[in-house]
Design a protein around this ligand. Sequence first.
Ligand SMILES: [Zn+2]
Length: 263
Amino acid sequence: MDSQTVLLVFIAVGLDGLAGLAGGALSERWLRRHLPALVAFAAGTLLAAVFLEVLPEAVEAIGDTAFQWALGSFVTLALLEWALGHHHPADTAAGQAHAHGHAHGHTHTHGAPTLPAALLASDALHNVGDGAAVAAAFLVSPNAGFATALAVIVHELPQEVGDYALLRAAGWSRARSLVALGGVQLTAMVGAAAVLLGTRHLPSLQGTVLAIAAGSFLYIGAVDLLPELRRGPDSRQRVGGFLCGLLLIAGLYFAERVLGVHG
Ligand SMILES: [Zn+2]
């Protein structure tokens, strides 16, 4: 592992940290108009990253075992979501757009209210996984790294916007919400550092981490985000966002395979 790889990993994870501030940085008007397209864009980016970069690299690293890890991670997420009633990024994003259409300070989330501590804890756990995926991807190739980093950052944007709305609805101040979300986002550093250090002792680690990331990206893209494309008005905007996400990762793929450009 060279120092350039380590630098790229930490730049990518740092940018992911900034995504934690999205809820406070983007104007409500902008969010109301563009959130559905952003969710669709994230779904397209995740799905293309899984099938063009993450899963193929995982298979190259650890063979067919990669599919078992990917299936295991997909099924684990499905069971966890059933068991915990875990908040959906898409649901909270939709809740955010909905809440913005009404007076401030009202919660419009469905089902049991999410406690801030539980929300932040599950966020932290998820971010450790995202950070590990980014590091593992940069270790196998720069292009896999860029594709994974993009997939992570764009799916975090609607997620963080939704979390921000939930914290504000729970009575947290703007500053407190943003500091908490930005801080929790940086737990991705822990996952990244663990993979960078652990892979020295366990070379198959990066392949396993990529396979697990493939299963979880597939779940988030196909189960949490993609159904949003069928919901509500402005379907052209959402389909456009979805296609842009696919094309972004496909462009990276072709730059590497066809033009021989190595990021
Ligand atoms: Zn994530």
